[in-house]
Design a protein around this ligand. Structure first.
Ligand code: ATP
Ligand code: MG
Length: 396
């Protein structure tokens, strides 16, 4: 008998009117991802997405791995379907979970019965199956309070399902229910984590990266592309807009007071990102900024850089400690790449004494010798668009 996956929906069951839209989006996202691994039937019942391999050619282990990073799934388990009677349920547990049970010191059975026509209540079913299992495994104690291992039985519409402990899913909301936003992606630790966090809220992610060749190297650019690719493990495919920033940085260096270099540069980044975002249907910008981390991350600095933008700027890491950000970076698998030692364009022409409490008037004055619009237009004309998708390898 085959194995199937049950993906349980989290928050989305609570969302009233949006529920149907969220559920169908999640089913569509799961279906799209499962296509890469063979012929799977993906259907939704009782706030659960069922993923069922239809033939032996399915790569079940890879599919399971892929399910673990789908947003909108709060927990997931691999289970064995069987007929809805106690003999079949007992036998399915013996065949499918017997070895796990033998490795445990103690166990209990937990049953759920959403098919109310089933003749036993959940408690009766747990007692019946628990009793039989205790007889079959005399070395494993029954402990209903703190069991070492729990056997789950779910009597649902189509069949009964037996499984061991469920795993936590990726959580959040299904990708695509929250519109689209653009991350300013650098090679650091923070921005990939920021992209992941907004992606987790159901938002599709596009990216922009500013690149200052020859001040920054091809390796630095490759690193950012790799970071984007790693984030798509969760968020789905992404286009990275690589903007050549060299001319703008040189113009700033040659025409502006040094203490404002970083702030002026960041104002260009924000404005160019916003224009690309609007063109590509994004409703917000995302940055990895974090209050107080560096000189350009004071309230005043964020005020003057945000002033060039008339769309929401999401800064999901604003109140985090670095350690908390690093923990997420490790969890999602971007940390190793982020700490590769390639320079970012932010570190080119860094002022010795950056202005930490700037006013908008000071900035406008510091920029007065630049032809901002012409510089922005030229940068927009030379964008390289790079598509990345973590799951591309699986397709080949
Ligand atoms: P990160 O770890 O994300 O690089 P950081 O702590 O180094 O962040 P900054 O260098 O001040 O902070 O950058 C703040 C934010 O500005 C970044 O999180 C990112 O969103 C954006 N940013 C910085 N450099 C670039 C770049 N070269 N291209 C695109 N966005 C950038
Ligand atoms: Mg950085």
């Amino acid at each position: 008998m085959k194995e199937i996956f049950l993906l349980k929906l989290g928050e989305i069951v609570l969302k009233g009117a949006n529920k149907r839209q969220f559920e169908s989006r999640l089913r569509q996202n799961v279906r799209r991802r499962m296509k890469l691994y063979g012929n799977f039937d993906v259907y939704l019942m009782q706030s659960t997405v069922y993923v069922e391999p239809m033939d032996d050619a399915c790569d079940v282990d890879a599919a399971w791995e892929a399910c673990r990073s789908i947003f909108g799934v709060v927990s997931l388990c691999r289970c064995r379907p069987c007929e809805k009677n106690t003999d079949a349920i007992f036998e399915a547990i013996e065949n499918y979970l017997g070895d796990d049970l033998d490795c445990a010191k103690s166990f209990k059975v937990e049953s759920k019965r959403s098919d109310k026509r089933f003749p036993l209540t959940s408690i009766q079913l747990s007692q019946e199956i628990g009793g039989r299992l205790a007889e079959a495994h005399p070395t494993v104690e029954v402990d209903v309070h703190h069991p070492d291992y729990t056997v789950y039985v779910e009597v649902r519409d189509l069949a009964a399902y037996v499984h061991g402990p469920a795993e936590p899913g990726a959580g959040g909301l299904p990708t695509g229910v929250g519109g689209r936003a653009m991350i300013l992606l650098s090679g650091g630790i923070d921005s990939p984590v920021a992209a992941y966090m907004i992606g987790k809220r159901g938002v599709e992610i596009e990216a922009v990266h500013f690149f200052s060749y020859p001040y920054t190297s091809q390796l630095a650019k490759d690193k950012v592309i790799e970071l984007g690719r790693l984030v798509t493990k969760y968020t789905g495919r992404m286009t990275i807009n690589v903007v050549s920033f060299t001319e703008i940085q040189e113009a700033i260096r040659d025409n502006c007071p040094e203490e404002y270099f970083t702030l002026i540069m960041r104002r260009f980044m924000m404005e160019i990102s916003m224009r690309i975002a609007k063109h590509d249907g994004c409703g917000a910008l995302i940055t990895g900024e974090n209050l107080g981390q560096v000189a350009s991350q004071t309230m005043e600095a964020m005020g003057v850089t945000g002033a060039v933008v008339d769309m929401p700027i999401f800064m999901p890491l604003i109140g985090f400690d670095k350690e908390e950000i690093v923990t997420i970076a490790r969890k999602i698998g971007t940390m190793e790449t982020s700490i590769l030692p390639y320079e970012d364009c932010c570190t080119v022409f860094t002022p010795k004494h950056p202005k930490t409490k700037p006013t908008l008037g000071q900035l406008l004055n510091a920029e007065k010798n630049l032809d901002r619009e012409a510089l922005i237009q030229r940068a927009l004309e030379n964008i390289e668009k790079i598509k990345v998708n973590y799951y591309d390898e699986a397709v080949q």
